[in-house]
Design a protein around this ligand. Structure first.
Ligand code: NAP
Ligand code: FE
Length: 368
């Protein structure tokens, strides 16, 4: 029963333009860190208009890649150094939002480099810039989590930085998510579902996070709001978009307390090596992870809340909505298993001991 709960990010849901005053108090120059789609979904124009009204200068880095690497982040950091930005505005899915956090860690520290992002002690006590996060996908919850996931070519995978940085404010305006392609909508919604399920099954789950998960899963399940049915039918009207966005933030609040567990750790290998989108990479492993999990009571609760009769039904639904064509050889599974097992700290988020054979079995049963 012993746990604590930290969630300092202020969350603002609804029309972004109603929250103009929330952009004041951070200084006269913002660095906007984003990808390409914010220029066409209305979010970048709205932010620039707000900053214009407030007479805050803006420089825009719009080159964040999907699953950004530390090298990609450094391009934005250099823009921050050159421009003297006082705060960071991240606009986008998890990729730009995570990049924005990494940029905020390094801009006030010109003596540091990308290598310092990966060193637990190297930014200890150092200043960081405030981050305002505007979500344009509904899946990662990065706008409310302190985690920053970057690609590391050195380790040939993706990993979480050892520094925690909560955005100061998170903005949830579902209209920016409307033009997501169906595949991005489905993959990111599966990421949020994965966060809820992994949070529930994590060794760090607690009574409070469990209650949040149960309410979130109920929204996916048929009884609570038909989100799973809407996902199967690819029917995404504004009420559905709102539910997906709020559930994504809720799931982010959950993993802030519980961390993610094996499907995420394993999914990073599929994303790094096969370019499988993040949510799909975790989602395709979920059903077999649940089958492997020793806490049968919680697994049964998940199925009940999702209004499913058994794990096979869940696996079939995931395969249908994710629509992946993945080909992974036995040798590749051996390699991925080694990468996963080289992260013992993260393996501890599973509440029971895990052997290499367990990891390769989950990969094999999920993918082949
Ligand atoms: P993403 O990589 O940010 O975006 C996926 C694609 O969708 C990109 O091509 C993006 O284009 C486009 N896109 C984004 N918003 C759009 C919109 N409104 N309309 C049309 N297209 C849009 O995908 P994501 O799943 O949100 O983020 C994945 C990343 O988040 C991974 O690196 C993952 O590891 C990380 N993650 C972080 C956390 C955390 O707590 N920090 C948790 C889970 C996952 P542009 O980017 O070019 O605009
Ligand atoms: Fe995720």
């Amino acid at each position: 029963m012993k746990f604590n709960y930290e969630m300092p990010t202020k969350v603002f849901a609804g029309e972004l333009r109603d929250y103009t005053q929330e952009f004041t108090g951070y200084g006269d120059k913002a660095l906007i860190v984003t990808g390409r789609s914010s220029a066409s979904n209305g979010s970048l124009d709205d932010v620039l208009a707000i900053l214009g009204e407030l007479h805050i200068a803006a420089v825009v880095f719009n080159g964040v890649e999907e699953n950004p690497s530390d090298e990609n982040v450094m391009e934005a950091v250099r823009m921050g150094w050159d421009s003297g930005a006082k705060f960071i505005i991240g606009i986008g899915g998890g990729s730009p939002l995570d990049a924005a956090k990494a940029v905020a860690l390094l801009v006030p520290n010109p003596d540091k480099s990308s290598a310092d992002l990966w060193e637990a002690d190297s930014l200890e006590g150092r200043r960081r810039l405030p981050v305002l996060a505007i979500a344009t996908t509904a899946g990662t919850g990065s706008e409310v989590t302190p985690f920053t996931i970057l690609t590391t070519h050195e380790r040939q995978t993706k990993a979480s930085l050892p520094h925690f940085l909560f955005p100061d404010k998170a903005f949830l305006d579902a209209k920016y998510t409307v033009h997501m392609p169906d595949s991005v909508t489905l993959h990111t919604a599966t990421d949020a579902l994965s966060h809820l399920i992994e949070g529930y099954l994590s060794s760090q789950a607690n009574l409070l996070s469990d209650r949040l998960v149960e309410s979130g899963l109920g929204v996916y399940g048929a009884e609570g709001g038909h989100l799973m049915a809407r996902m199967s039918e690819r029917q995404f009207d504004i009420p559905v978009r709102n539910k997906l966005l709020i559930n994504s933030a809720l799931a982010g609040i959950v993993i802030t307390q519980t961390r993610t567990t094996l499907p995420h750790l394993m999914g990073y290998c599929l994303t790094y090596n096969k370019k499988t989108p993040h949510g799909a990479a975790c989602g395709i492993l979920l059903a077999e992870y649940m089958r492997f999990h020793q806490n049968k009571e919680k697994v049964d609760n998940i199925l009940r809340l999702l209004d499913l009769s058994n794990i096979d039904e869940f696996k079939e639904w995931l395969r249908h909505i994710l629509d992946l064509r993945l080909s992974v050889s036995t040798d590749e599974i051996v390699d991925y298993t080694k990468v996963v097992c080289s992260n013992p700290e993260k393996l501890k988020t599973h509440p029971f001991p895990v052997a290499a054979g367990d990891i390769s079995d989950i990969f094999t049963r999920s993918i082949t």
